[in-house]
Design a protein. Structure first.
Lengths: 270, 713
């Protein structure tokens, strides 16, 4: 049957994807020219963007290890993107071989790539779903198969919430997810903010505009606004801080100045 | 592994530290620098060995270069910094004691090999990652396409299988796609619909806003609209739909298509019309029924000042007889024929004929000159009924009575107008039928009161609304009170005190006169007893009570027994009672009718002939009647109120009195209002009198007072 003229188009790889841009920042080649072009434009305003991403990855690594130290072996990583290296399952399974990881992304290309990477890993899988539809995530076969929601889970929302506008109620989605998790679960979160960026805000705003242009607006939130995501959680020391200050392995003063952009934190429910 | 200070191992480690410090800032690894340094240490060892190996092995250098890429040192700066570091420190830290010149050359060659290995690995990695992401994109597209195909297949199934009509058109109105249901609504045949333009589908019944909404939608100013809309089918018939049109926008929000959902409501509409028709029309004749007529009449009456209406209320004369003798089927056929004829009488605009039920029809006119028109309408109706109606081979002559109401709108309700017409029609009927009468307010009011009193009568007796007044009967000879006439009154809750002339005929008509008469008799006899007990021992003759008997009571079989029972119950002698019977009731009375009166007379009850002289009395007949008193009608004595009295009247009364006395009858006169009159009547020899001159009718106590005054005076 001929496709009706009004039917929607399929996915369009000529449109930049934040997941592939992220990969490019991290030195990967899982990206297309449109992605690189957008990334280069943003870097014209903020040359240190890759360092922010690297700091995110490093924080996530430390947070996952901390979670394993605290006895958590189940991970739900939403907005996982394209796993280039040092992914949650690698870190977690290195620390605790039986650790279980479910990745979630709404970018179909990222999901397809993750499926390829995770092929053969019995304890990790990926779900194509949207953070804004928590029930789709919680009731997915992957979550049901791999995660025991009666036991604590580390929920990772790393570098994702700043892509959700207030109108879409990111706080509500986080609360719904949190409500589904057993006591003792953790929320691991990083979020972009004008606070900490070693540049005037108007210059950083140029990079923000690039994301607006590619219809993935970047929502810069204040520290207080970011702290609200942790409602119902007890903050793990040292609280909500610039990424290099969160339980560092090495002296923070050695870090690149861009690494201090935005905030990171871990909360835990009683 | 412990390292002897400044031993080879220690020096190797120091080299690795320097190397990691140089490269770490340009890597994008998530490892910490010490961790990263641990990854470099084996590479440093390999370089150290290759430096000091007997023969140069380029493969070692390439392997180290490739390993850098594996450690995520993909930035070209990482290679540059690595080579700088190797060039400056490898021989220094790892070439101790060797041929410095040869080591330097070896280091240079190692660097070349590392660069080649790095480039080769980076290229391979880049290609592999590009391949991986392209594959992922392809797979993702496949998944999306598959999902899309599945959803499209489902959508197609819904589209094709839907019971409602679905159509898609572009913003210029060109129909692009329609489903089977929509085609069927339009009578099948794709060419009738597909490729046509939406704007061609105007219909005479389109309200103006239908197309205004359409224009707003295609301009993108409106997301959807919902209307009831008619379409012409290709065969010319009408398709009625509930139509919902929605605007479809593309991903950027620009208007792109219009989507129409339509539900065929043609049959429902027809059914509604039919139900409406059935609810408002008479099944037998097809004429509008009472409901529709009232709707129309109310509309006319609410039309406001300046409007008038004319209404004919027709009832067939003698229809019941036809129905009873020829059967209902014949009666129905007659009604159908009458309906057809009436219909042809009211064809002008604003005219309407309806059947209210049975043989009652109404015709309404609302034209500009209703006074003339309603008259003509009534005449047309009468004329239409003149020709006999043929039913089952019989020629039936049908006549009707018409009540006409004509007047301005806004003064009366529909029910009031119809009631007036009904009353007027009955007036026409009681005047002999086959005619029409015009309503007038006074006649209406009388009829309405009569109607109201008739319906209120039965409960009035139970509620004790009747009471009795007594008018004294005075002996003309000595002026003493001899008794009284009992006169019944009705204390009506709305109309106040009503005299017997207002309700006795109604009571006669309904038969209530029998219980009412019995009640009057009981009360009066009881009253007579009381008077007699009070008067016991006085010199005057015992007081007597006069009670009227209506013709209906006269023929009632229980008359004698009831009277006897009442007298006995009260313990009163029959001679205390005088029953008054009108002359007209006894005209032509046979023995059967007279027998009860005779029985009563034999018992000692006096019988008075009331209103004597008003009927065509056969004076000879008087002998035959069981009567002991003549009550002379007031018409004979009226002229005696003045002095001198009419000599003719004097002669007549004189003659009657002589005749009565010769027949041994006493004479009572009514309506005595003056002393002169009383004196004259006394001279003429009348025995007793009653009238305002003595006393008006009043409560029983007054009579007692009069009687006492009489005895004392």
């Amino acid at each position: 049957m001929e496709r009706p003229a009004w039917a929607p188009r399929s996915i369009d790889i000529s449109v930049p994807s934040v997941a592939r841009i992220y990969d490019f920042y991290l030195g990967g080649s899982h990206n297309f020219e449109v992605d690189r072009e957008a990334a280069r434009r943003a870097m014209e305003f903020m040359p240190g963007l890759p360092k922010i991403m690297q700091a995110n990855r490093a924080f996530m690594r430390r947070a996952v290890r901390h979670a394993v130290d605290q006895g958590i072996t189940q991970f739900l990583d939403i907005g996982s993107g394209i796993p280039t290296f040092g992914n949650v399952h690698e870190v977690a399974q290195a620390a605790s071989p039986g650790a279980r990881v479910v990745y979630v992304d709404r970018d179909p290309v990222a999901v397809a790539h993750s499926q390829a990477v995770l092929d053969g890993n019995a304890h990790a899988d990926v779900v194509a779903a949207d953070l804004l539809k928590p029930q789709d995530i919680l009731t997915s076969p992957q979550v049901e198969r791999l995660l025991d929601l009666d036991r604590p889970v580390a929920l990772l929302l790393v570098a994702i919430l700043h892509f959700v506008e207030d109108a879409d109620d990111p706080y509500g989605s986080v609360a719904q997810l949190s409500d589904a998790l057993a006591p003792g679960s953790m929320l691991v979160l990083t979020h972009a903010s004008y606070e900490g960026i070693p540049l005037p805000a108007e210059r950083a705003g140029g990079a923000v505009d690039v994301y607006k242009d590619i219809r993935n607006p970047l929502i810069m939130r204040s520290r207080d606004e970011i702290a609200r995501f942790f409602e119902g959680y007890d903050m793990v020391e040292p609280g909500l801080v610039p990424m290099p200050h969160w339980r560092p392995d090495t002296a923070p003063e050695d870090e690149d100045p861009y690494a201090f952009s935005g905030f990171a934190g871990v909360g835990r429910t009683a | 592994m412990s390292a002897e200070p400044d031993g080879p191992e220690d020096r190797l480690r120091r080299f690795a530290t320097i190397w990691s410090r140089a490269v770490f800032p340009v890597t994008l690894t998530s490892l910490t620098r010490p961790e990263f340094e641990k990854q470099l240490l084996p590479l440093a060892r390999r370089l150290s060995r290759a430096l000091r190996a007997r023969t140069f092995d380029a493969a070692e250098g390439r392997a180290v270069g490739a390993a850098l890429v594996a450690a995520h040192c993909t930035d070209p700066d990482a290679l540059s910094r690595t080579l700088d570091c190797v060039d400056a420190y490898l021989v220094l830290y790892c070439g101790e004691g060797g041929d410095q010149e040869g080591l330097r050359a070896r280091s240079a060659r190692l660097q070349h090999a590392m660069a080649a290995g790095f480039a080769q690995a980076l290229r391979a990695r880049t290609l592999a990652e590009q391949e991986a992401i392209a594959q992922a994109a392809l797979r993702a597209q496949g998944v999306v396409a598959q999902a899309l195909h599945a959803s499209e297949a489902r959508f197609r199934a819904v589209f094709e299988g839907a019971a409602i009509g679905i159509g898609i058109a572009d913003l210029d109105g060109n129909v692009l796609e329609v489903n089977g249901a929509l085609l069927r609504m339009f009578g099948g045949g794709e060419h009738n619909v597909r490729g046509r333009n939406v704007r061609d589908w105007t219909h005479a019944d389109d309200s103006p806003h239908v197309w205004r909404l359409y224009e707003e939608l295609v301009r993108g100013e409106r997301e959807h609209y919902h209307v009831e809309k008619a379409f012409y089918r290709p065969d010319g018939t009408v398709l009625w739909t509930n139509l919902t049109v929605s605007l479809l926008r593309d991903a950027d929000g620009n208007p792109q298509y219009q989507l129409a959902l339509m539900e065929d409501t043609t049959e429902r509409r027809l059914l509604n019309l039919r139900l409406r028709y059935e609810a408002t029309h008479d099944a037998l004749t097809g004429l509008p029924n009472r409901t529709l007529f009232f709707e129309r009449l109310e509309k006319v009456l609410n039309a406001g000042p300046g409007h008038r209406f004319g209404l004919c209320y027709l009832d067939l004369d003698g229809f019941k007889t036809i129905n009873d003798s020829l059967g209902h089927a014949a009666g129905d056929r007659l009604l159908v024929e009458v309906a057809d004829r009436l219909q042809s009488c009211a064809t002008a605009p604003g005219e309407m004929v309806a059947r209210l039920g049975g043989d009652e029809f109404v015709a309404l006119t609302t034209g500009p000159d209703t006074r003339r028109e309603v008259d003509e309408l009534a005449s047309r109706i009468m004329n239409a009924l003149v020709a006999p109606i043929s039913i089952d081979g019989r020629e039936l002559t049908v006549r009707g009575s018409i009540g006409i109401v004509e007047g301005p709108a806004g003064e009366r309700s529909a029910a009031e107008v119809l009631r007036s017409a009904d009353i007027t029609m009955y007036r026409a009927k009681s005047a002999g039928g086959n005619r029409f009468e015009l309503a007038d307010a006074e006649a209406d009011a009388r009829a309405i009161t009569r109607h109201g009193l008739t319906t209120a009568l039965p409960t009035a007796l139970d509620r004790g609304e009747f009471f009795i007044e007594y008018q004294p009967l005075v002996h003309l000879g000595d002026g003493s009170v001899r008794g009284a006439e009992a006169l019944v009154r009705w204390l009506h809750p709305q109309h106040g005190v009503l005299g017997p002339d207002r309700f006795i005929p109604l009571a006669e008509h309904t038969g209530l006169i029998v219980p009412l008469g019995r009640w009057v008799l009981e009360q009066s006899v009881r009253q007579a007893k009381e008077w007699r007990e009070r008067h016991a021992g006085t010199a005057t003759a015992p007081l007597r009570i006069n009670v009227n008997l209506s013709p209906c009571q006269l023929t009632h079989p229980g008359l004698v027994q009831d009277t006897v029972d009442i007298l006995e119950t009260a313990g009163v002698d029959p001679d205390a009672l005088c029953l008054e019977v009108t002359e007209s009731a006894l005209i032509g009375a046979d023995d059967d009718l007279l027998k009860p009166l005779r029985r009563l007379a034999e018992m000692g009850v006096d019988i008075a002939l009331d209103d004597f002289g008003t009927g065509y009395s056969n004076l000879a007949n008087l002998r035959r009647l069981p009567v002991s008193v003549l009550k002379l009608d007031r018409s004979f004595t009226q002229s005696m109120q003045q002095f001198p009295a009419d000599p003719v009247d004097l002669k007549i009364v004189d003659g009657i009195v002589s005749l009565a006395h010769s027949l041994n009858l006493a004479v009572t006169v009514e309506g005595v209002e003056t002393g002169a009159q009383a004196e004259q009547l006394r001279i003429l020899g009348c025995d007793t009198a009653q009238g305002w001159y003595y006393a008006r009718p009043g409560p029983p106590e007054r009579l007692h007072e009069l009687a006492m005054a009489d005895t004392s005076g």
